[in-house]
Design a protein around this ligand. Structure first.
Ligand code: FAD
Length: 325
Protein backbone atom coordinates (compact mmCIF):
# COMPACT_ATOMS: atom_id res chain seq x y z
CA UNK A 1 0.00 0.00 0.00
CA UNK A 2 1.19 3.53 -0.80
CA UNK A 3 2.18 5.94 2.00
CA UNK A 4 0.87 8.84 -0.12
CA UNK A 5 -1.39 9.01 -3.14
CA UNK A 6 -1.30 12.39 -4.94
CA UNK A 7 -4.15 13.42 -7.24
CA UNK A 8 -3.02 15.83 -9.97
CA UNK A 9 0.28 16.31 -11.82
CA UNK A 10 0.26 20.12 -12.15
CA UNK A 11 2.75 22.29 -10.28
CA UNK A 12 1.05 21.61 -6.90
CA UNK A 13 0.91 17.83 -7.31
CA UNK A 14 4.40 17.48 -8.78
CA UNK A 15 5.95 19.73 -6.11
CA UNK A 16 4.38 17.96 -3.12
CA UNK A 17 5.10 14.54 -4.68
CA UNK A 18 8.74 15.50 -5.17
CA UNK A 19 9.11 16.63 -1.53
CA UNK A 20 7.35 13.57 -0.07
CA UNK A 21 9.09 11.03 -2.30
CA UNK A 22 12.40 11.52 -0.44
CA UNK A 23 11.03 9.54 2.55
CA UNK A 24 7.79 7.85 1.53
CA UNK A 25 6.30 5.55 -1.08
CA UNK A 26 4.20 7.68 -3.35
CA UNK A 27 2.34 7.66 -6.66
CA UNK A 28 0.70 10.44 -8.67
CA UNK A 29 -2.56 10.00 -10.60
CA UNK A 30 -3.93 12.38 -13.21
CA UNK A 31 -7.00 12.20 -15.40
CA UNK A 32 -5.24 13.93 -18.33
CA UNK A 33 -3.15 12.38 -21.13
CA UNK A 34 -0.01 14.30 -20.15
CA UNK A 35 1.75 15.85 -17.16
CA UNK A 36 1.53 19.49 -16.06
CA UNK A 37 -2.18 20.23 -15.57
CA UNK A 38 -2.94 23.80 -16.60
CA UNK A 39 0.73 24.25 -17.62
CA UNK A 40 0.28 21.80 -20.44
CA UNK A 41 2.21 21.77 -23.71
CA UNK A 42 0.25 20.71 -26.75
CA UNK A 43 2.56 19.07 -29.27
CA UNK A 44 1.90 19.49 -32.97
CA UNK A 45 4.88 17.54 -34.34
CA UNK A 46 8.10 16.56 -32.56
CA UNK A 47 9.31 19.54 -30.54
CA UNK A 48 6.88 21.89 -32.28
CA UNK A 49 3.97 22.84 -30.07
CA UNK A 50 1.97 25.37 -28.08
CA UNK A 51 1.82 26.47 -24.46
CA UNK A 52 -1.80 25.65 -24.21
CA UNK A 53 -2.60 27.02 -20.72
CA UNK A 54 -0.07 28.86 -18.57
CA UNK A 55 1.80 31.44 -20.67
CA UNK A 56 4.78 32.45 -18.57
CA UNK A 57 6.02 32.74 -14.99
CA UNK A 58 7.03 36.01 -13.30
CA UNK A 59 8.33 34.99 -9.86
CA UNK A 60 7.46 37.32 -6.98
CA UNK A 61 8.43 35.66 -3.68
CA UNK A 62 12.04 35.16 -2.63
CA UNK A 63 11.57 31.37 -2.19
CA UNK A 64 10.05 30.89 -5.61
CA UNK A 65 12.67 33.14 -7.23
CA UNK A 66 15.38 30.91 -5.76
CA UNK A 67 13.62 27.82 -7.03
CA UNK A 68 13.35 29.25 -10.55
CA UNK A 69 17.04 30.25 -10.50
CA UNK A 70 17.90 26.62 -9.82
CA UNK A 71 15.67 25.53 -12.70
CA UNK A 72 17.34 28.01 -15.06
CA UNK A 73 20.73 26.53 -14.15
CA UNK A 74 19.40 23.05 -14.89
CA UNK A 75 17.98 24.24 -18.23
CA UNK A 76 14.40 23.44 -17.21
CA UNK A 77 13.34 27.11 -17.40
CA UNK A 78 14.60 29.96 -19.58
CA UNK A 79 13.78 33.59 -20.18
CA UNK A 80 11.28 34.47 -22.87
CA UNK A 81 13.00 37.35 -24.60
CA UNK A 82 11.63 39.57 -27.31
CA UNK A 83 9.17 42.42 -27.54
CA UNK A 84 5.85 42.09 -25.73
CA UNK A 85 3.38 44.64 -27.03
CA UNK A 86 0.24 46.20 -25.59
CA UNK A 87 -2.63 47.01 -27.95
CA UNK A 88 -5.14 49.82 -27.22
CA UNK A 89 -4.19 49.96 -23.58
CA UNK A 90 -2.20 52.31 -21.40
CA UNK A 91 -0.58 49.37 -19.63
CA UNK A 92 3.14 49.24 -20.39
CA UNK A 93 5.51 46.31 -20.18
CA UNK A 94 7.24 46.16 -16.81
CA UNK A 95 10.81 45.39 -17.86
CA UNK A 96 11.66 44.32 -14.29
CA UNK A 97 9.26 41.37 -14.52
CA UNK A 98 11.13 38.56 -16.20
CA UNK A 99 9.04 36.16 -18.25
CA UNK A 100 10.14 32.59 -17.64
CA UNK A 101 9.03 29.65 -19.77
CA UNK A 102 9.78 25.93 -19.83
CA UNK A 103 12.76 24.90 -21.91
CA UNK A 104 10.74 22.48 -24.01
CA UNK A 105 7.21 23.48 -22.99
CA UNK A 106 5.62 24.95 -19.90
CA UNK A 107 5.09 21.50 -18.41
CA UNK A 108 8.89 21.14 -18.13
CA UNK A 109 8.81 21.88 -14.36
CA UNK A 110 6.30 19.13 -13.59
CA UNK A 111 8.18 16.68 -15.81
CA UNK A 112 11.42 17.53 -14.00
CA UNK A 113 9.88 17.20 -10.53
CA UNK A 114 8.27 13.86 -11.37
CA UNK A 115 11.32 12.42 -13.17
CA UNK A 116 11.93 9.70 -10.57
CA UNK A 117 8.38 9.32 -9.30
CA UNK A 118 5.80 6.79 -10.40
CA UNK A 119 2.72 8.26 -12.01
CA UNK A 120 -0.34 7.09 -13.86
CA UNK A 121 -2.14 9.15 -16.50
CA UNK A 122 -5.77 8.76 -17.65
CA UNK A 123 -6.79 7.97 -14.07
CA UNK A 124 -9.75 10.12 -13.06
CA UNK A 125 -10.65 9.90 -9.39
CA UNK A 126 -14.40 9.55 -9.04
CA UNK A 127 -15.11 8.44 -5.53
CA UNK A 128 -13.34 8.23 -2.17
CA UNK A 129 -14.10 6.02 0.83
CA UNK A 130 -12.27 5.86 4.12
CA UNK A 131 -12.43 2.50 5.85
CA UNK A 132 -10.34 1.21 8.76
CA UNK A 133 -7.98 4.22 8.53
CA UNK A 134 -7.24 3.54 4.88
CA UNK A 135 -8.15 5.63 1.83
CA UNK A 136 -9.91 3.64 -0.89
CA UNK A 137 -9.81 5.52 -4.17
CA UNK A 138 -12.10 4.59 -7.05
CA UNK A 139 -11.17 5.71 -10.57
CA UNK A 140 -13.24 6.09 -13.74
CA UNK A 141 -11.33 3.22 -15.39
CA UNK A 142 -12.65 0.90 -12.64
CA UNK A 143 -9.28 0.74 -10.88
CA UNK A 144 -9.10 0.93 -7.08
CA UNK A 145 -6.04 2.23 -5.22
CA UNK A 146 -5.44 2.17 -1.47
CA UNK A 147 -3.21 4.57 0.44
CA UNK A 148 -2.46 5.64 4.00
CA UNK A 149 -2.52 9.35 3.11
CA UNK A 150 -4.30 11.25 0.36
CA UNK A 151 -3.18 14.55 -1.21
CA UNK A 152 -5.56 16.32 -3.59
CA UNK A 153 -4.38 19.19 -5.83
CA UNK A 154 -7.31 19.78 -8.20
CA UNK A 155 -9.22 23.07 -8.82
CA UNK A 156 -11.55 24.31 -6.05
CA UNK A 157 -14.94 23.13 -7.42
CA UNK A 158 -13.55 19.65 -8.14
CA UNK A 159 -11.89 19.45 -4.69
CA UNK A 160 -15.12 20.47 -3.03
CA UNK A 161 -17.06 17.77 -4.86
CA UNK A 162 -14.57 15.04 -3.95
CA UNK A 163 -13.71 16.04 -0.40
CA UNK A 164 -16.58 17.95 1.26
CA UNK A 165 -17.50 15.08 3.57
CA UNK A 166 -13.91 14.70 4.84
CA UNK A 167 -12.95 18.34 5.44
CA UNK A 168 -13.87 19.57 8.89
CA UNK A 169 -13.17 23.30 8.84
CA UNK A 170 -14.98 25.79 6.61
CA UNK A 171 -12.47 25.63 3.74
CA UNK A 172 -15.18 24.80 1.21
CA UNK A 173 -17.47 27.55 2.46
CA UNK A 174 -15.05 30.07 0.98
CA UNK A 175 -16.34 31.79 -2.09
CA UNK A 176 -13.54 30.81 -4.50
CA UNK A 177 -14.61 31.72 -8.02
CA UNK A 178 -12.62 30.26 -10.87
CA UNK A 179 -12.54 32.22 -14.14
CA UNK A 180 -13.05 30.52 -17.49
CA UNK A 181 -11.13 31.15 -20.70
CA UNK A 182 -11.25 29.84 -24.25
CA UNK A 183 -7.99 29.21 -26.11
CA UNK A 184 -7.48 28.81 -29.85
CA UNK A 185 -4.22 27.36 -31.20
CA UNK A 186 -3.43 28.35 -34.77
CA UNK A 187 -0.75 27.56 -37.36
CA UNK A 188 -0.44 30.10 -40.17
CA UNK A 189 1.90 30.97 -43.00
CA UNK A 190 5.26 32.43 -41.91
CA UNK A 191 4.48 36.09 -41.24
CA UNK A 192 6.73 39.13 -40.94
CA UNK A 193 5.70 39.55 -37.26
CA UNK A 194 8.56 40.61 -34.99
CA UNK A 195 6.66 40.62 -31.66
CA UNK A 196 6.58 37.85 -29.06
CA UNK A 197 3.15 38.59 -27.60
CA UNK A 198 0.23 41.00 -27.71
CA UNK A 199 -1.76 42.00 -24.64
CA UNK A 200 -5.01 43.79 -25.42
CA UNK A 201 -7.84 45.58 -23.64
CA UNK A 202 -10.39 44.01 -26.01
CA UNK A 203 -13.52 42.44 -24.52
CA UNK A 204 -13.10 39.15 -26.45
CA UNK A 205 -9.42 38.52 -27.16
CA UNK A 206 -7.13 39.21 -24.21
CA UNK A 207 -3.76 37.83 -25.25
CA UNK A 208 -1.87 36.47 -28.25
CA UNK A 209 1.47 34.74 -28.12
CA UNK A 210 3.78 33.82 -30.96
CA UNK A 211 5.14 30.41 -30.04
CA UNK A 212 8.05 30.62 -32.52
CA UNK A 213 9.45 33.54 -30.46
CA UNK A 214 10.09 31.11 -27.57
CA UNK A 215 12.88 29.57 -29.67
CA UNK A 216 12.16 25.96 -28.81
CA UNK A 217 11.91 24.88 -32.43
CA UNK A 218 12.48 26.05 -35.99
CA UNK A 219 9.53 25.83 -38.35
CA UNK A 220 8.58 27.37 -41.67
CA UNK A 221 5.14 28.33 -40.33
CA UNK A 222 3.99 30.51 -37.40
CA UNK A 223 2.29 29.10 -34.29
CA UNK A 224 -0.07 31.28 -32.26
CA UNK A 225 -1.96 30.95 -28.99
CA UNK A 226 -5.07 33.16 -28.80
CA UNK A 227 -6.59 33.50 -25.37
CA UNK A 228 -10.04 34.91 -24.73
CA UNK A 229 -10.77 37.29 -21.88
CA UNK A 230 -12.41 35.89 -18.73
CA UNK A 231 -15.52 37.89 -19.64
CA UNK A 232 -15.84 36.08 -22.98
CA UNK A 233 -14.95 32.77 -21.29
CA UNK A 234 -17.68 33.18 -18.70
CA UNK A 235 -20.32 33.86 -21.36
CA UNK A 236 -19.39 31.02 -23.71
CA UNK A 237 -17.56 28.25 -21.84
CA UNK A 238 -20.59 25.98 -21.61
CA UNK A 239 -21.60 26.27 -25.25
CA UNK A 240 -18.36 26.57 -27.27
CA UNK A 241 -18.12 22.78 -27.85
CA UNK A 242 -21.34 22.76 -29.87
CA UNK A 243 -20.03 25.40 -32.26
CA UNK A 244 -16.27 25.13 -32.28
CA UNK A 245 -15.95 26.50 -35.84
CA UNK A 246 -17.78 29.69 -34.95
CA UNK A 247 -15.78 30.42 -31.78
CA UNK A 248 -12.49 29.64 -33.54
CA UNK A 249 -13.50 32.08 -36.28
CA UNK A 250 -14.42 34.82 -33.76
CA UNK A 251 -11.05 34.67 -32.00
CA UNK A 252 -9.02 34.43 -35.22
CA UNK A 253 -10.85 37.43 -36.71
CA UNK A 254 -10.13 39.46 -33.57
CA UNK A 255 -6.50 38.40 -33.79
CA UNK A 256 -6.20 39.58 -37.39
CA UNK A 257 -7.99 42.89 -36.77
CA UNK A 258 -6.23 43.82 -33.55
CA UNK A 259 -2.66 42.80 -34.38
CA UNK A 260 -2.68 43.48 -38.16
CA UNK A 261 -0.44 40.42 -38.59
CA UNK A 262 -0.66 39.42 -42.27
CA UNK A 263 -2.30 35.99 -42.28
CA UNK A 264 -2.58 34.49 -45.76
CA UNK A 265 -3.25 30.87 -44.92
CA UNK A 266 -4.37 28.87 -41.89
CA UNK A 267 -3.06 25.30 -41.70
CA UNK A 268 -4.27 24.12 -38.30
CA UNK A 269 -6.63 25.19 -35.53
CA UNK A 270 -7.60 23.70 -32.20
CA UNK A 271 -9.99 25.15 -29.62
CA UNK A 272 -10.06 24.37 -25.91
CA UNK A 273 -12.14 25.68 -23.02
CA UNK A 274 -10.56 26.10 -19.58
CA UNK A 275 -13.53 26.00 -17.25
CA UNK A 276 -11.36 26.53 -14.19
CA UNK A 277 -8.60 28.65 -15.63
CA UNK A 278 -7.63 30.67 -12.57
CA UNK A 279 -9.06 31.61 -9.19
CA UNK A 280 -10.19 34.96 -7.88
CA UNK A 281 -9.23 35.73 -4.28
CA UNK A 282 -6.47 34.43 -2.03
CA UNK A 283 -7.56 32.51 1.09
CA UNK A 284 -6.22 32.95 4.61
CA UNK A 285 -4.29 29.68 4.65
CA UNK A 286 -1.94 28.32 2.00
CA UNK A 287 -2.88 24.62 2.29
CA UNK A 288 -4.96 22.13 4.29
CA UNK A 289 -3.66 19.20 6.35
CA UNK A 290 -5.57 16.88 8.65
CA UNK A 291 -3.05 14.58 10.26
CA UNK A 292 -5.73 12.46 11.97
CA UNK A 293 -7.09 11.13 8.71
CA UNK A 294 -4.01 11.80 6.54
CA UNK A 295 -5.70 14.22 4.15
CA UNK A 296 -3.85 17.09 2.49
CA UNK A 297 -5.00 19.68 -0.05
CA UNK A 298 -2.71 22.06 -1.92
CA UNK A 299 -3.40 24.04 -5.09
CA UNK A 300 -2.95 27.46 -6.68
CA UNK A 301 -6.41 28.61 -5.52
CA UNK A 302 -5.26 28.93 -1.90
CA UNK A 303 -3.02 31.83 -2.92
CA UNK A 304 -4.47 33.29 -6.12
CA UNK A 305 -4.39 32.88 -9.85
CA UNK A 306 -0.78 32.02 -10.67
CA UNK A 307 1.48 28.99 -10.88
CA UNK A 308 3.73 30.36 -8.14
CA UNK A 309 0.82 29.99 -5.70
CA UNK A 310 0.55 26.29 -6.47
CA UNK A 311 4.23 25.87 -5.67
CA UNK A 312 3.95 27.90 -2.45
CA UNK A 313 0.86 25.92 -1.44
CA UNK A 314 2.65 22.57 -1.92
CA UNK A 315 5.62 23.85 0.08
CA UNK A 316 3.32 25.01 2.86
CA UNK A 317 1.60 21.62 2.97
CA UNK A 318 4.93 19.81 3.12
CA UNK A 319 5.98 21.95 6.10
CA UNK A 320 2.68 21.14 7.87
CA UNK A 321 3.10 17.40 7.23
CA UNK A 322 6.67 17.50 8.55
CA UNK A 323 5.69 19.47 11.64
CA UNK A 324 3.07 16.90 12.64
CA UNK A 325 5.15 13.83 11.72
C1 FAD B 1 -5.30 29.63 -20.11
C2 FAD B 1 -4.48 29.80 -18.86
C3 FAD B 1 -3.47 30.77 -18.80
C4 FAD B 1 -2.71 30.91 -17.63
N1 FAD B 1 -1.67 31.82 -17.63
C5 FAD B 1 -0.87 31.89 -16.54
C6 FAD B 1 0.30 32.70 -16.57
O1 FAD B 1 0.63 33.32 -17.57
N2 FAD B 1 1.07 32.75 -15.43
C7 FAD B 1 0.77 32.02 -14.30
O2 FAD B 1 1.53 32.06 -13.31
N3 FAD B 1 -0.34 31.23 -14.27
C8 FAD B 1 -1.15 31.14 -15.36
N4 FAD B 1 -2.23 30.30 -15.34
C9 FAD B 1 -2.56 29.59 -14.08
C10 FAD B 1 -1.64 28.39 -13.87
O3 FAD B 1 -1.69 27.55 -14.99
C11 FAD B 1 -2.13 27.64 -12.62
O4 FAD B 1 -2.07 28.53 -11.52
C12 FAD B 1 -1.30 26.41 -12.28
O5 FAD B 1 -0.95 25.66 -13.41
C13 FAD B 1 -2.13 25.57 -11.30
O6 FAD B 1 -1.42 24.41 -10.94
P1 FAD B 1 -2.11 23.34 -9.97
O7 FAD B 1 -1.17 22.21 -9.87
O8 FAD B 1 -2.54 24.00 -8.71
O9 FAD B 1 -3.46 22.88 -10.71
P2 FAD B 1 -3.59 22.14 -12.13
O10 FAD B 1 -2.48 22.50 -13.02
O11 FAD B 1 -4.99 22.40 -12.59
O12 FAD B 1 -3.43 20.59 -11.75
C14 FAD B 1 -4.50 19.81 -11.32
C15 FAD B 1 -4.43 18.47 -12.03
O13 FAD B 1 -5.42 17.62 -11.49
C16 FAD B 1 -5.97 16.83 -12.53
N5 FAD B 1 -7.31 16.42 -12.08
C17 FAD B 1 -8.41 17.18 -11.88
N6 FAD B 1 -9.42 16.43 -11.41
C18 FAD B 1 -8.95 15.15 -11.32
C19 FAD B 1 -9.51 13.91 -10.92
N7 FAD B 1 -10.79 13.81 -10.48
N8 FAD B 1 -8.74 12.80 -10.96
C20 FAD B 1 -7.44 12.85 -11.38
N9 FAD B 1 -6.86 14.02 -11.78
C21 FAD B 1 -7.60 15.14 -11.75
C22 FAD B 1 -5.97 17.74 -13.75
O14 FAD B 1 -5.97 16.98 -14.95
C23 FAD B 1 -4.68 18.54 -13.53
O15 FAD B 1 -3.60 17.94 -14.22
C24 FAD B 1 -2.99 30.11 -16.49
C25 FAD B 1 -3.99 29.13 -16.56
C26 FAD B 1 -4.70 28.96 -17.73
C27 FAD B 1 -5.73 27.87 -17.82
Amino acid sequence: MLDYCVIGSGISGSTIANYLSKRHTIKVFDKANGLGGRSSYKRFKGKIGFDHGLQYISPKSREFKNFTKLLIKKRILKQWKGKHSFINTKVKENKKHVKLIGYSGNNSISKFLLKNIKYQLKYELLNIKREKNIWNLYFLNNQKITAKNLIVTVPFPQSKKLLSKFVKNNLFRNNVKMNSAITVLVITNKTNNKLSSFFTNDSILGWVSNENSKKRFKFNKDLWVLQSTFKFGKLHINKYKKNKKYYTHVLINKFKNLTKVKIKKIYFTHIHGWKYSSSSLPLKSYSYWDKKIGLGICADWFGGPRLENGWLSARDLFKKINKTA
